[in-house]
Design a binder for this molecule. Sequence first.
Ligand code: NIG
Ligand code: FE
Length: 396
Amino acid sequence: LVTNDPAHGAPVPLGGEAPGGGVAASGEGAGRLLGVVRDAAVVVDGGRVVWTGAAADAPAADESRDLAGRAVVPGFVDSHAHLVFAGDRAAEFEARMTGRPYTAGGIRTTVAATRAASDDELRTGARRLVDEMRRQGTTTVEIKSGYGLDVRQEARALRIAHELTPETTFLGAHVVPPGADPAEYVDLVVGDMLAACAPHARWVDVFCERGAFDADAARRVLRAGAAAGLAPRIHANQLGHGPGIEVACEVGAASADHCTFASDDDLRNLADAGVVATLLPSIEFSTRQPYPDARRFLEAGVTVAIATDCNPGSGFSSSMPFALALAVREMRMSPAEALRAATSGGAAALRRDDVGWLGAGSRADLAVLDAPSYLHLAYRPGVPLVRETMLGGTWV
Ligand code: NIG
Ligand code: FE
């Protein structure tokens, strides 16, 4: 059993847990990093974990299930996804695989298809993806708007997202819609659009990138969102070195996401400001961009999360196990660090203290693996190892 629980040796706080760069990242040290308990039991009541420890010491329970030595991990916390959309961009992916670069220009294709879809089409599509995630062990998912780009459409996307998760993010500032004037569009985002969307959202996000929104626009959107009660997060440094990470630190964002290009100053800033770096390796996989080096972030004392960024354009994978395997293979994380990033890292990125770990008081959100150890998540990439998922105490 992986607990991520300080009571079982896992360290708090969440960031910089392996001083000196991975001292505790493998073998016995990794067991401590994750709070691993062997021959363990988890006792659940009313949707919460009430006890974890050695099965031999477990208190009596009304009902029990023998998991036959299978590994149990906290449910994955996927803190970055775009699931409310219509249409398909497989042809764009095909073109990328034969050499065309990713530019985010395809977002407009999805916007056109999404605007034309009915509420039920959008709802069904998003629900199908959430179900797909559940089957792969994800128990908390964040969902962004951003393919509507007008007041009514953005509010509709967030209403639908909110039916599926409390972690909803207003991303009206994804790109400037076709035909709109950039300055007027930012006025709309921080004005009527924010007013219509804030009741359905917990977070505000902006795509701060050349070709999308510059640092001034990003600050304006995030500050206006914060004034409306939404906490900031940001798409930063995905396509090149830019000001996104700086802006994240300035406004006290919960997380800076992508961070594909990060300078040493950026890393220092993230660590000092306590901003989580959410790395999205499925996007580098699907765009053929270089992977960020997660070791640099960990060594700088930055809290790292990994998430899928599931979306129809830059990367259409809903799989946290896939992201985790990529993080190990391509971003120099140990299997233990990657699992921490996919669970408690995601929880930190969403400022949640009830998920991402298993212990008295946590939500009973967990995944049972068809494997004897969490190591198999990265050791057996592409294999559907999640046998069962428990969400708030219920098997789903
Ligand atoms: O996180 N970068 C901006 N937004 C998405 C991609 C959206 C799309 O291409 O449809 C991302 O990668
Ligand atoms: Fe994204």
